[in-house]
Design a protein around this ligand. Structure first.
Ligand code: ZN
Ligand code: ZN
Length: 413
């Protein structure tokens, strides 16, 4: 498609909306944004938003799987399956997130990330890996298997960092021995560093900010706080990773906004303190997206942890703890908006420009801006995904698309 015009709805920009605006894309780029409908040349195609919204494609910093597949399955088919599934939920860019597994399994996934940075998945684009584990604190492993957990050691992580071009972000628990050297080695290679699955003290996080850690995984989940911290003395009370994340302006963070992991008040607290520019929405979605309730493997088919999908979330088999999400980014956007009442531009920004900036791709992605890549989502007035475009190519056309067919525009008056 050479040129395509989106009309008949509200255009969502980073800080404002345009009612009855018009966005024009030309091949793979956004070519123009107008505050009012402009003349469309005969033969040029239009998409009528039918009173809904046009938003930038969602960017997911933390996602494991969907539609029965996990990135850790380590096959091209699994990558395509997950990326196509999340595209149906509005995600146009994502970071395949590894899980605690054997080194050869992790290396295979990093190699596939490199491949799909170039190759079309038929759905979401692969920005590169979120290297996640095995450098987690044992007390905070969550649903990840305990066996392969370890402290970072250069001879062990060198093969991973040799693939630095395929890694966007890497998570480490700052309290582990060797964490500082790992963070500095990552930073030298252009890899962004997160703290996560950690029982670090506030002081350890303060040090980690000096090493260059700039983001914290799933706020409130699998992290130390004042109450959970094991203290050698009764007083004074000390803070943990939670308090440090809220405190340090250098740190961005993310929330699993599926309405199951975190209550309304925790979403409100995170949003009030970090704001829409330092708080990203993530799905932390496992392979059970768009699948029936039942048992699934979190992580690789070989060696993954058995979990259950029930009540719209992943839980451990004993039902006593959560084990990642099972819903897409469209659900997170609707849920955050409904629970907190935040302005739509702010909620959309937390699913688009903010995660794009955290991943370092905001020059190209994350907002409806002239010159950026034409990654777009057409939403209904209820924020349901209608159509999804990656690089100007439609990768998803939703169920009610009969009324929104791309049609040649009538000759202008
Ligand atoms: Zn996690
Ligand atoms: Zn996760």
């Amino acid at each position: 498609m050479e040129t395509l015009h989106f009309i008949g709805g509200t255009i969502v920009l980073p800080h404002e909306t345009i009612a009855q605006g018009q966005v024009t894309i030309s091949r793979d780029r956004i070519a123009a944004i107008h505050h009012h409908p402009v003349r469309i040349r005969s033969g040029e195609a239009i998409v009528n938003l039918q009173g809904g919204y046009l938003v930038p494609g969602y960017v997911d910093l933390h996602v494991h799987g969907g539609a029965g597949a996990d990135f850790m399955d380590g096959t091209p088919e699994a990558f395509r399956t997950v990326c196509q599934a999340h595209a149906r939920h509005g995600t146009t860019s994502l970071l395949p997130t590894t899980t605690v597994a054997r080194p050869e399994q992790i290396l295979a996934v990093l190699d596939l990330c490199r491949r799909f940075q170039e190759e079309d998945t038929g759905g979401s684009r692969v920005l590169g890996a979120h290297f996640y584990g095995p450098y987690f604190g044992p007390e905070a492993r969550g649903c990840h298997p305990a066996d392969p957990l370890c402290a970072p050691q250069p001879e062990e992580y060198r093969p991973y960092l040799d693939r630095s071009a395929s890694i966007v972000t890497a998570t480490v628990a700052p309290e582990l021995p060797g964490a500082e050297e790992f963070v500095r080695a990552c930073r030298d290679r252009g890899i962004r560093c997160n703290a996560g699955h950690s029982h670090a003290t506030f002081a350890q996080v303060e040090a980690a900010v000096q090493w260059g850690i700039r983001h914290v995984d799933h706020l409130f989940c699998a992290m130390s706080d004042r109450a959970r911290l094991r203290q050698t003395q009764a007083y004074p009370m000390r803070g943990g990773l939670l308090e440090a994340t809220l405190y340090f302006d250098e740190l961005t963070t993310e929330v699993i906004a599926d309405g199951k992991h975190l209550s309304r008040e925790l979403l409100l607290l995170a949003h009030k303190i970090k704001g829409s520019d330092k708080l990203a929405l993530v799905t932390d979605c496992n392979r059970a997206l768009d699948m029936p309730d039942g048992e699934y493997l979190f992580g690789p088919l070989e060696g993954g942890e058995r979990i259950r999908r029930q009540d719209g979330v992943g839980v451990m088999l004993d039902g006593k703890a959560l084990a990642s999400g099972v819903t897409g980014m469209d659900h997170a956007v609707r849920t955050f908006q409904q629970l907190t009442g935040a302005a739509l531009v702010d909620v959309v920004r937390m699913a688009t420009l903010t995660p794009a900036r955290i991943a370092g791709v905001d020059q190209e992605l994350g907002s409806l801006s002239v010159g950026k890549r034409a990654d777009l989502v057409c939403l209904s007035a209820q924020l349901e995904v209608q159509q999804v475009y990656v690089d100007g190519t439609r990768v998803y056309d939703g169920a009610i698309s009969e009324g929104t067919q791309v049609a040649s525009s009538p000759s202008p008056r």
